[in-house]
Design a protein around this ligand. Structure first.
Ligand code: G6P
Length: 607
């Protein structure tokens, strides 16, 4: 799973490739590499670790040439070493790949038997060796590519260059996205339009099964049967301008602090200024006749989806199912007529979420996605999108995109409730008003981080941490645990407060902090009882609540974080912020790489 970029043209390739890779590092940062054609021969530079290492190597040992390919890797097959770094190839051909070749073991055995000598542990090298063999047998690059694509199983986006063909690059897409960019004197391939945006804004997207022959003169597209096809060139609105950290130490800190503005902008767009009631764009279904909404996503998007399920069931009275995309797509669940598929994705590129979408489409569901990148693969495959307009999120741990997803889901819920008549208009107005209070209250929380910093000192010493919540705040407990794991590497579990007595309570002793996400509201007393059970067993109870709730739990809490009071409906959005801040400050104390934590990637484009 990785980012790929390629260029054929009239300008030095290396700086263009490096620039494109910078915007693709969100797809992985285990290693990076580029290959160019120098006097017709393939030359490579590769480096283990982040792109900065490759840039340093290129500064010392520049790579000339105007045609080349580049790659930033999130390791799947083979350790994240320089040897396993892309591009892979031979003297005849070089390949960069995003995806997984599932029949690589069989292909490798076959190619080794035919005399090909492998030098890496990667699945990708089978593509290079297969092409090499076909070229050695006399095939032209186009013939070799056509024959090789027919042998590959699994998912791939590819960019390939050939020794002795300085104006040729071949690309292919199956299950992983690829875009063609049209420059003035050069042509590009890239995993997404963002990678290419500052280089060119004229983009054509490949569709699944397509492959493309790119030269300086343009691009010729073919379908999986080899028939010539047309893919429309569009103008992208992305700029790809470099994004800075401003005065913040990390992107995560900056993005947490952007939340009041992001949420405020979304509410401004989604709430009618005159009536102060939800106003949604036209959606591809009638709210009154929805049979079911099926939510699917990965990571934080899934947890946002779980809050959405709670809201849509309780307030809009719609049957909702929610599942992580990697499970959903393989469960073969039956889906009713008149159902809606609702996908959530910051990047819009997550492979499992895209596959879940395709499954839902095949089951005749209307597809709505909540995305942060309006030109992403998931957005383009949807009938309608609800854009989170959070701006680029760079930190791997999602913050502003998560609360933006929640905000969209909250307004969507109230709009559905209104259209279905499941709530009185006055109640909808009251809950909409509670959402409108969030930006100011979020800013207040972000401005008072001393209590969270103090709590972080205690949490940084823990080996295990439990987060508990109920109702709409149960997914916030899951999200809190995920954030802590991701960036501080401390083991944490999120649990439904009432379920704790069925297992996790056995873990509780004075060394295990129990963080309760418990705003005042209908479920408060129930959570309070569960906290009493934990306190009775010596647990360190840390309460995140409003003044009223904190007052009630003062007797058992070892620490308390007091948030501004808010209606229980809107609380999940507000309570997401202190759990983000806590993870951030613990990570700061631990000295981890906050924005690019080990082993992770911002967008996971393999299943
Ligand atoms: C990765 C990221 C998470 C994100 C998840 C889903 O795991 O680290 O922050 O929630 O992917 O990504 P998506 O772009 O689909 O929201």
């Amino acid at each position: 799973m990785c980012g790929i970029v390629g260029v054929v043209g009239g300008m030095p390739a290396s700086p263009l490739l490096l620039d494109g890779l910078r915007r693709l590092e969100y797809r992985g940062y285990d290693s990076a590499g580029i290959a160019t054609l120098v006097n017709g021969h393939i030359e490579r530079r590769r480096a283990e670790g982040k792109l900065a290492n490759l840039a340093a190597i290129l500064a010392q040992s520049p790579l000339p040439g105007v045609t080349g390919i580049g790659h930033t890797r999130w390791a799947t097959h083979g350790a994240p070493t320089e040897t396993n770094a892309h591009p892979h190839g031979t003297a005849r051909v070089a390949v960069v790949h995003n995806g997984i070749i599932e029949n690589h073991i069989d292909l490798r055995a076959e190619l080794e038997a035919a005399g090909q000598i492998f030098s890496t542990e990667t699945d990708t090298e089978t593509i290079a060796q297969l092409l090499d063999l076909l070229l050695a047998e006399g095939a032209t690059p186009v013939e070799a590519a056509r024959a090789a694509f027919a042998r590959l199983e699994g998912a791939y986006a590819l960019a390939i260059i050939f020794s002795g063909h300085p104006e040729l690059m071949i690309g292919a897409q199956r299950g992983a996205p690829l875009a063609v960019g049209y420059g003035e004197t050069e042509m590009y391939l890239g995993s997404d339009a963002l990678a290419l945006a500052p280089l060119t804004q004229e983009i054509a997207y490949l569709e699944d099964g397509d492959w493309v022959v790119v030269s300086r003169a343009g691009a010729e597209f073919f379908d999986r049967d080899g028939a010539a096809i047309t893919r429309v060139k569009k103008r992208t609105h992305l700029t790809g301008a470099a994004i800075g950290k401003g005065n913040f130490r990390h992107f995560m800190e900056k993005e947490m602090h952007e939340q009041p503005v992001v949420i405020g902008d979304l509410l401004h767009r989604m709430v009618d200024a005159t009536t102060r009631l939800p106003a949604l764009p036209i959606l591809p279904f009638h709210p009154q006749t929805i049979s079911r909404i099926t939510i699917s996503a990965c990571g934080s998007g899934y947890y946002a989806g779980l809050v959405g399920k709670f809201w849509l069931e309780a307030y809009a009275r719609i049957c909702v199912e929610a599942d992580v995309a990697s499970e959903f797509r393989y469960r073969a669940p039956p889906m009713p007529d008149g159902g809606i598929g609702l996908l959530l994705s910051q990047s819009g590129e997550t492979a499992d979420t895209l596959a879940a979408l395709r499954y839902m489409r095949a089951q005749n569901q209307a597809i709505v996605s909540i995305v942060n990148v309006a030109e992403s693969s998931i957005a383009r495959a949807s009938d309608a999108i609800l854009d989170t307009i959070a701006g680029p999120e760079v930190s791997v741990a999602s913050t502003k995109a998560f609360t933006a997803q929640l905000t969209v889901l909250a307004v969507f819920t109230l709009a559905m409730a209104r259209a279905r008549g499941s709530m009185a208009e006055a109640d909808i107005a009251r809950l909409t008003a509670s959402l409108l209070e969030i930006p100011a209250k979020a800013a207040e929380i972000l401005a008072h981080e001393a209590a969270i910093q103090r709590l972080a000192i205690r949490i940084a010493e823990a080996r295990d941490v439990l987060y508990l919540g109920r109702g709409g705040c149960y997914p916030i407990a899951l999200e809190g645990a995920l954030k802590l794991k991701e960036i501080s590497y401390i083991h944490a579990e999120g649990y439904a407060a009432g379920e704790m007595k069925h297992g996790p309570i056995a873990l509780i002793d004075k060394s295990v902090p129990v963080i309760a996400i418990c705003p005042s509201g209908p479920l408060f007393e129930k959570t309070a009882s569960n906290l009493q059970e934990a306190a009775a067993r010596g647990g360190q109870i840390i309460v995140i609540s409003d003044a009223e709730g904190a007052g009630k739990l003062g007797g058992i809490a070892t620490e308390t974080i007091i948030l501004p009071a808010i209606d229980a409906f809107a609380a999940p959005i507000l309570y997401a912020i202190p759990v983000q801040m806590l993870a951030y400050h613990v990570a700061m104390l631990k000295g981890t790489d906050v924005d690019q934590p080990r082993n992770l990637a911002k967008s996971v484009t393999v299943e």
